[in-house]
Design a binder for this molecule. Sequence first.
Ligand code: PMP
Length: 409
Amino acid sequence: MNSRDLRADFPILSRTVGPGAGKPLVYLDNAATTQKPRRVIETVDRFYQHENANIHRGVHYLSMNATDAYDRARERIATAIGAPDPAEVIFVRGTTEAINLVASSFAGDRFAAGDEIVLTVMEHHANIVPWQLLAERKGLVLKWVDVTDSGEIDLDAFRAEFSGRTKLAVFAQVSNALGTINPAREMVAIAREFGAAVLIDGAQGVPHGAVDVTELGADFYAFSGHKVVGPDGIGVLWGRRELLDSMPPYQGGGDMIERVTKEGSTFRHSPERFEAGTPNISGAIGLGAAFDYLGEIGWETIEVSERDLLEYATARLREIDGIRILGPADTGSKVAVISFTMDSAHPHDIGTILDTEGIAIRAGHHCAQPLMDRFQVAGTARASFAFYNSRDDVDRLLDGIHKVKHFFG
Ligand code: PMP
């Protein structure tokens, strides 16, 4: 399959945007959310048109079929991310909920005042604020790892933040704001030297390459369906089975219990223990379809296509005076995310002018304000690519940037 064929799988990519007849859409905001292929849209549509029922509780045909489809989605995702056991795959709302679950049920349950959590300044707010809230509540200490001027983690600097009191290290596999690919396995190994647990925020890792949680070696791995061509409102927390089964429930409600009496309740094991109430059934099934779709394309095709776009776009942007690209200089150490500033224009002005040309990028702090502070910028303009983008999209982006330059001088 070439990128033309793949593009045709995404109905929204053939629309125009803006007033009047509009401009053909150039969608370069994939780090915020990806578009959805027909395969996922039709799977969710079919579920509601023909298969809808609540899971687990029913003895009737539709309920049993919905339960099977939900369980199959879990198995599909476990296989896709290299999880040894589907029971280690917990369906949650997204990365944010996954991290909050770990903060509450793991760290909240077993950490004490003075215990330390190591995190980096390149984290998304979703991997900062839950730890700040917990630290405040329990008297924990957050140890911040700085990044280099090229927006990368220096392993010695990372190691320097660990001590005998470090209980947990949390970090992004890939930075949403810069595209930096972190040396996750080496970082896990350092945390292990200090006996610390590890949570990897995989929100920007899963969309760009094959993930194997066993190989990564962390204790927890979180990601969101909507960033990997799946539906929104569904995501995954993967955790080691023995840890999950030793953690108290995150929320209480139906389906997560063994027995409820007036005196108290006992709880099921993972994953049910952490999936109180009716889950996002169609979302989980849609996410299974997303992994089926990606599996058919193949990660190699995806990586080759994104690498070409990253190298082409970076080379073309570097030709323009007054553009500063933040993040690794070596395109081999990053995914297809380009965060940049222009001498003459504010990121929001860049985004607004590009929008008049039908080009969707993101402008702002990208929910990574500590990182923006580190680089002493209020925000950046960010073009983030997916495998269904094309060199034509890059050319349109460059035409748009020339328009910005013309406008602001
Ligand atoms: N972490 C990273 C690295 C992200 O890019 C995002 C989303 N931008 C999140 C966490 C939060 O994901 P969600 O909003 O889907 O929960």
